[in-house]
Each structure stands twice: as C-alpha cells, then as structure tokens.
Design a protein around this ligand. Structure first.
Ligand SMILES: *Cc1c(COP(=O)(O)O)cnc(C)c1O
Length: 408
C-alpha cells in the first residue's frame, strides 16, 4: 500500500480512448490551476459573462440564457428536467440506448408521465415516429439524446427539432457525448433546452455542465418561480405549477445567479469555470465546424484501421457518432483480458459496454484532445499487438497503414 499520508496521488500516464472521460487538453489543466477570485469580484463576474458568450458559439445559439450548471453532465440533465417538468406533465422519450433510459428515469423521478418510444439498441428515432407519439400522447416535452455513447449512434435532429417546435412541443437534448464532435445547431434545429459536459469532445474534465435555454424554455421555467416572502421575486409574479423540487438544480435560481442580479445561490465552482471557459476557447479558436471535421476524420481513420484488422464494426456506420466506434469483440478472445493488456502494457484505455452489448462490443473513442492522429495510430498498433498475443490471426501492420491512408 502506498504511504497515502506522505505521498500525493500521482496518476499513471494513460491514453484514454474509451467513450469518456478523455485526456484533458493541457491548456484546460493550466487554466484550472489559476488562483481563485471572490464570488462577486468584477473579474469573476466578467469571467462568467464571457463564458456565457463563448458557449453561445459552442451551441450555435443566440440564446441569452446560455451558462454552466456546476455538476457533471448528469446534473445538467437533472436541472433541465426538474426545472421544466411539473409532476403529471407528459414526456416522450425515444430509448435506443443507456442514456435514453437515463432520461426516462430522471423524468419519472420528476413525477412526469413518461411515454417511451422503445427502439432496438443501435437504432435512432425517425421523425414520423416522434410525430406519431406526439399525436398519441400530446406531451409537453420530447427528450432525446443526440449521441448515445452506449450504442455509438447519433440521433439526427434537423427535422425533429423544427417539427416539435411547430407542434408546440418543447424539446430537450442531452448532447453531452456529441457536442463539439458532431454537428449541433441549437437555433437552426429549434431545440428548447440542451445540456452537455466537458469530458467528451470538449477536451476537459467532468464536473461542468454547459446549458442553453430557448425563450420558450425560459418562459416555462419562469412560470414556476415561487414567490417567497423576503426574497425578491424579480419581475415574474405569476407562479404556476408546483414548486421546483430541487434547490441546487433550480434553473430559475441559477439564472438569477448568472444574470444581472447576481443573486447568491451556490459558491461558483471557480476552477471548473476556468476550465469550461478554456474548453470553449479551444473549440472556437479551431472553429466548431473544423473541430467536428477533425472528429470525423479521426473516427473514420480508427474505423478503417479496425476493419483492416478484420474486425466487424457495430451498427449502421452512416449514423454513427464521429467520436466513438463500436467494434465486435472477436469470439476467439476474452474481451476483458484484451482491455486489461491494453491498459497494463500500453497504458491505453478502451471501453467496455453495457446492457445487451456487454461483452459483445468494445467502444473506442476519439474525442476532444484525443481526436488526433498519434492517439489513433497508437491505439490501433497496440490493439493489433494484443489481439496477436491472444492468438487472433490478422494481417499484421494493415490497421495502421489503412488508418494512415485516411489521413492522406
Ligand atoms: C457521458 C455521458 C453522460 C455522462 O454524464 P456525467 O454525469 O458527466 O458522467 C451523459 N449523457 C451522455 C449521452 C453521455 O455520453
């Protein structure tokens, strides 16, 4: 056992090529090491305001209410749900992977009546299916996941968002795994509320949940403001529906904190804010579309290399997320043993799977800072070696060569 009192924790060097988290961009780590400033220091409030502006760029939105929920991505989901949904509200959730199930569970915990659109894992929802579900259930909200890392599939939203908007139904999207690595257009697609995290394509650690809210979503949240004696109720007097059951995730309160009033809520997670700001800067400096293209190129190179090894990719490749590839574990090898060798001998982490895909596929990510050629080539070369060591017959050298040809 290490002398934990006298030694600080030194993480082993790893290349994180699973479905998240990934290695942080060193710029983000540097930003997070800066000294704290006070909660209401003008420098701090300026940093918050700048961060809001930066994330409008990331989300491709003009929404004034674009800010950060201080929690991991799951907290962002919960904040959106608990603030938008009254007990008894109807919600439609397409479920085609683990994170669809999470949306269902959180909406149910908010007391909503959830109608799931149960799709086979690996599928995505078609606009007609959503339309039919809206006619059938008349929901207040359609909640969907854009990139469900559990299946590697990317839900198209360009038709569904505007359709829901025209039908008067709010939309919520969990873009945690996809934002920055796949095209996302909040305003053009008319999505009412979107949340994300930093630890996938944004090159940061988990612990910050960027969020953007359309005016429809903000109106809905403001309807439920609870007017309490002694607390200034801002300009919203019509409180309808029930009180938001969470204090920490009450978006009305968090907006008062991020907005001009700067009403105290929680102590800002300052170091995470510095990190989130830097993540957005990195993305916008490269350009959102260029970053997406880089994810696509690296995902394609990884996929080509895996195929060249003779492995079979999981799911319809035309609707795969750019940043994570599912690959069937060859029957001749023990999947966990290969992952363990990858970690112990090569310092590379690749992902296992959940639910019906457990033990069936590995998931390999190329996201954020790790969506780069050297990371992809190292992963392919190491995996090839591990598979050879485990007795699999494959064309040695083909994977890296094939991946390289994608970059040329
Ligand atoms: C990774 C991921 C999350 C994870 O949220 P955390 O709370 O940050 O662990 C949520 N949704 C999706 C779609 C994800 O891929």
């Amino acid at each position: 056992m290490s002398d934990y009192l006298h030694e600080s924790f030194l993480p082993p060097p790893r290349l994180l090529m699973g479905p998240g988290p990934i290695n942080c961009d060193p710029r983000v780590l540097r930003a997070m090491s800066y000294q704290l400033v006070g909660q209401f220091d003008p420098a701090m409030t300026r940093c918050m305001t700048e961060t809001m502006a930066l994330y409008r760029g990331v989300f491709k939105t003009k929404n004034p209410w674009t800010f950060i929920v201080d929690s991991t991505a799951r907290g962002g989901i919960e904040a959106a749900m608990v603030s938008l949904l009254n007990p008894g509200d109807k919600v439609v959730v397409p479920v085609f992977g683990r994170f669809g199930l999470l949306l269902k569970e959180i909406a149910e915990r908010c007391g909503a009546l959830v109608h799931t659109l149960d799709l086979e894992w690996g599928q995505v929802a078609q606009p007609e299916q959503i339309e039919a579900a809206i006619h059938r259930f008349n929901p207040k909200l359609v909640a969907l996941v854009q990139g469900d890392t559990s299946t590697t599939m990317c839900q198209p939203l360009a038709d569904i968002g505007p359709m829901c908007f025209d039908m008067g139904v709010l939309t919520y999207c969990d873009a945690t795994a996809s934002l920055g690595g796949n095209d996302f257009r909040t305003d053009e697609w008319k999505i009412s509320a979107v949340t994300a995290g930093l630890q996938k394509c944004l090159s940061g650690p988990s612990g910050s949940a960027p969020i953007t809210l359309s005016s429809q979503a903000v109106d809905e949240i403001n309807k439920r403001r609870h007017v309490e004696a002694g607390i200034k109720a801002a300009h919203h007097t019509e409180a309808t529906g029930s009180r938001i059951s969470s204090n920490y995730f009450d978006l009305a309160m968090i907006m008062d904190y991020w907005g001009e009033e700067r009403l105290n809520h929680h102590t800002e997670a300052t170091s995470m804010l510095y990190g989130a700001r830097e993540c957005a800067r990195i993305l916008l400096e490269e350009g959102v579309d260029n970053t997406v293209a880089r994810h696509k190129q690296n995902g394609d190179a990884l996929a080509a290399g895996l195929r060249a090894m003779g492995l079979t990719l999981y799911g319809e490749q035309s609707q795969r997320m750019n940043n994570v590839v599912g690959v069937y574990i060859p029957e001749q090898v023990n999947g966990d043993r290969v992952r363990q060798q990858m970690l112990e001998d090569f310092g590379i982490e690749i992902g296992t799977s959940f639910g019906p895909l457990h033990g069936v596929i590995w998931r390999i990510g190329t996201m954020g800072y790790n969506a780069r050629r050297s990371a992809v080539l190292q992963t392919l070369a190491s995996l090839e070696q591990c598979l050879l060591l485990n007795g699999l017959k494959l064309p040695a050298g083909a994977a890296v060569r094939q991946a390289l040809s994608v970059y040329q």
